[in-house]
Design a protein around this ligand. Structure first.
Ligand SMILES: [Zn+2]
Length: 379
């Protein structure tokens, strides 16, 4: 690595924060067992008039070699003005008393401090139908199937002995026998009565049954081939047990069976926004400083969206780039407002529209496409 840097014509490198000359007599020795950070020093300059060309050149070289990343070391003024900055300061190897401020920059959509990079954004990144944009937890659905304890006790007036815990009455004979043992062990551990209605059982027991006993082991005895054996381990809880079974099982039959105990809930990771957090971090801003990401944007009504687009904050260059698209969006929104649908939100699901609303949307689409020679009769 160091040899390669030398061959490319660099005279200095920074190894783990220490600057070293490449053309010195004795070769640089590094411990093979450790990870090292080796950075090529592209240029050293004093900031003054007339260095612009050289500076531009050097930055370009650094970006080319650094893969769109560059580190700038700036000598802090000795009067203590820069002392309060939060950026880490490093010691220069040759002059230990000088303080150097380290600044990291990058030209890609990345964070130069943490190294996180978003890559080039495309329209697909903003679609929950594409794996590029979809929230990995819910695959872009915005909802997740979660085991619901209330669904697992189909009749709370039944007792444990009568089989109040519905999922434990299903499955193969072997599984049912196992579940019976498990129930017996829990009953014994919590000293509850198997013959009272489930609704009257103590909350402490229900909580442990649904969500597990944590680190507390439950003693269980099994009988196989006439011999009985004892084991003690924590109970994971009905909800995690079913959730795990649902995710791990290969059998579509079992999965369908467990689905009966599940309800749809907004995804815990994206909160129903259906996209990855880094995509939701991309926002646009209007002239009043009102900022929104694509999810917040599509939660607006058509009327509000039209106003937002009208008030977009754009510099002349941005205006030139988006003018065509903005005009297109504006005309579509206008048609929808004109047919009286300004109150609908953009993310309204088509299945929830009334017949009249759906018809008016179709009408707006057809007006928008500029059809000629068609007569509409509206009653
Ligand atoms: Zn999600």
């Amino acid at each position: 690595m160091i040899e390669k840097t030398k061959r490319e014509g660099f005279v200095r490198v920074r190894i783990d924060g220490q600057i070293a000359e490449l053309d010195r007599a004795e070769p640089i020795r590094l411990k093979k067992t450790e990870r090292h950070t080796i950075e090529a020093v592209v240029d050293r300059l004093v900031v003054c008039d007339g260095i612009r060309v050289r500076l531009t050149d050097s930055i370009e070289t650094a970006l080319k070699w650094g893969g769109k990343r560059v580190v700038v070391l700036r000598q802090s003024r000795s009067d203590g003005v820069n002392e309060k900055t939060t950026t880490p300061t490093v010691q220069h190897s040759n002059t230990p008393t000088e303080r150097w401020e380290e600044l990291r920059y990058s030209t890609d959509y990345g964070n130069a401090e943490t190294g996180f990079s978003l890559g080039e954004l495309t329209p697909k990144h903003f679609s929950f139908n594409s794996h590029l944009g979809a929230c990995p937890a819910c695959h872009g659905l915005g909802t997740q199937l979660i085991c619901d304890p209330d669904l697992m006790i189909s009749d709370p007036s039944k007792t444990l002995a009568e089989g109040a815990i519905t999922p434990w009455r299903r499955g193969t004979k072997r599984m049912q026998a196992y579940y019976r043992h498990l129930q017996g062990a829990l009953v014994k551990h919590f000293h509850v009565d198997e013959n009272v209605p489930f609704a009257e059982l103590p909350e402490r027991f229900k909580e442990a049954l649904y969500f597990g006993t944590g680190h507390q082991p439950i003693e269980m005895s099994f009988r196989s081939d006439g011999r009985s054996s004892k084991t003690a381990r924590p109970f994971e809880g009905l909800v995690p047990q079913m959730q795990r079974l649902y995710e791990e099982t290969q059998s579509e039959f079992t999965r369908n069976r467990i689905r009966a105990f599940m309800t749809r809930e907004p995804c815990k990771v994206c909160g129903g926004a259906r996209l990855k957090p880094e995509i939701l971090a991309v926002t646009i801003k209007d002239r009043h400083g009102c900022e929104s990401n694509i999810h917040q944007f599509s939660e607006q009504t058509i009327q509000a969206t039209a106003r937002f687009i009208e008030d977009l904050e754009l510099n002349p260059q941005q205006r030139m780039i988006v003018s065509e698209v903005v005009r297109e969006i504006q005309s579509r929104l206008r048609f929808l407002v004109e047919v009286g649908l300004g109150y609908l939100t953009l993310n309204r699901e088509s299945g929830t529209l009334s017949g009249g609303e759906a018809q008016r949307i179709r009408l707006a689409t057809q007006i928008g496409s500029g059809l000629a020679g068609v007569l509409y009769v509206l009653d």
